[in-house]
Design a protein around this ligand. Structure first.
Ligand code: PLP
Length: 430
């Protein structure tokens, strides 16, 4: 059989039936620990001479299926599921960068990642150098001998400018630097590994889960980056690791495959920092992923219809959606998102912050929540909520004007979504 399509992988990858019971649905292995066959078996598992279940902080059979399924959907070789998207972003960087090292990141980031990079990683001695992604060569200019990774989001909100994945990945490969891409807003629509990224991270909380029930994250190893060829650039994977009896990860995992990056993340960061995903949440994510290919198509169609509708409204001064970009941004939209442009739409109200608040308070169908990627439609007014701690100047730099409203368009019938937006715009006024 040729490689199955995403619609098929979403239902089948990593699982056929439960070896113990023949159950077709993946069981929830709600267990902390797994019995060893013998002391030799236990020793082999701890020494990575044999792969298997030990303790759910390190891995779990339900979570293992989720990891295999997402790795297959991305075209990667292996994945590590963790307790949140935040943990995935943090681990993805900490797996390569240590005190005194730096990474270069796009400025266009989710606020939580911005804080992680600007404050918490800085406190840990890891410097994050921010560059404007509209100039890919800015990544090269910010690179020095201690740069260990590049980082970006495919479709960052609120700006919704598509990131030039291949352009920046190619620059990184000149230096032996992997590109880590947060693809949370565009699963299925684009596979960053195909464009040269080395690692993909997701907040599973959003479109992959899809139903607003669970927090989780995942890191996918593309297996397409030759860490060993850049031994001086990537010491974390090429020098003895005292936290695992001196293992040199690129050597230690050779019999298993090109999985040094993800095995190290599991056996050191997940083991030590403990951000394990619960098996129950892994089950809910598997359930969500079964329909993600259908949902992301519906989200994309509805969001495009909402963007087109908003363009015609007199109260709206600007619509922010990949379809409204121009020039180079439009080219990157066409290049990276030919299958759909995702479910996010932003718009600016002529009436500023007051109109923004009135719009949100008038919604009847759309939920007012700080989330994206739910099957239901969601809305938020960033200036009075997520971005309210920022100065006006900082808000402007992050793309949030006083009258900016963000929508995460759901999969309800489009007429019902438009009706609600129309009545809320009437109430908000110009
Ligand atoms: N990355 C992006 C693009 C996000 O939108 C979010 C959350 O909003 C995160 C990461 C963090 O994910 P989580 O809330 O699951 O920790």
């Amino acid at each position: 059989m040729s490689t199955p399509h995403p619609e098929t992988l979403a239902l089948h990858a990593g699982w056929r039936a439960d070896p113990a019971t023949t159950a077709v649905a993946v069981p929830i292995y709600q267990a902390t620990s797994f019995q060893f066959n013998s002391t030799q078996h236990a020793a082999n598992l701890f020494a990575l001479a044999e792969l298997g279940n030990i303790y759910t902080r390190l891995g779990n059979p339900t979570t293992d299926v989720l990891e295999k399924r997402v790795a297959a959907l991305e075209g990667g070789v292996a994945a590590l599921a963790v307790a949140s998207g935040q943990a995935a972003s943090a681990f993805a960087v900490q797996n390569l960068a240590r005190t005194g090292d730096n990474i270069v990141s796009s400025t266009d980031l989710y606020g939580g990642t911005w804080n992680l990079f600007n404050n918490t990683l800085k406190d840990q001695g890891i410097e994050v150098r921010f560059v404007d992604p509209s100039d890919p060569e800015a990544f090269a200019r910010a690179t020095d001998d201690r740069t260990r990774a590049y980082y970006a989001e495919t479709l960052p909100n609120p700006k919704l400018r598509v990131f030039p994945i291949a352009e920046v990945a190619a620059i990184g490969r000149r230096f032996g630097i992997p590109l880590i891409v947060d693809n949370t807003a565009a699963p299925i629509l684009v596979r960053p590994l195909e464009h040269g990224a080395a690692v993909v991270v997701y907040s599973l909380t959003k479109y992959l889960g899809g139903h607003g029930t669970s927090i989780g994250g995942i890191i996918v190893d593309g297996g397409n980056f030759d860490w060993e060829a850049y031994a001086a650039r990537q010491p974390a994977l090429n020098t003895p690791d005292p936290s695992y009896h001196g293992a040199v990860w690129t050597q230690a995992v050779k019999p298993i495959g090109p999985v040094a990056y993800i095995i190290k993340a599991r056996t050191t960061l997940l083991r030590d920092l403990g951000a394990a995903l619960s098996p129950f949440n892994a089950f809910l994510f598997l359930q969500g992923i079964e329909t993600v290919t259908l949902r992301i198509r519906a989200h994309s169609e509805n969001a495009l219809a909402v963007a087109n509708f908003l363009k015609e409204r007199k109260e709206v001064t600007r619509v922010i959606h990949p379809s409204t970009t121009t020039g180079q941004d439009a080219e990157w939209t066409r290049k990276y998102l030919p299958r759909g442009q995702g479910g996010l739409v932003g718009f600016e109200l002529a009436g500023g912050a007051d109109a923004g608040r009135r719009f949100i308070d008038s919604l009847k169908l759309l939920y007012h929540v700080a989330n994206i990627g739910d099957a239901r439609s969601l809305a938020i007014h960033p200036a009075s909520t997520t971005h309210s701690q920022l100065t006006g100047e900082e808000q402007a730099a992050t793309g949030v004007s006083p009258g900016y409203v963000r929508l995460s368009v759901g999969i309800e019938h489009i007429d019902d979504i438009l009706d609600d937006i129309a009545q809320a715009l009437d109430a908000a006024g110009g």
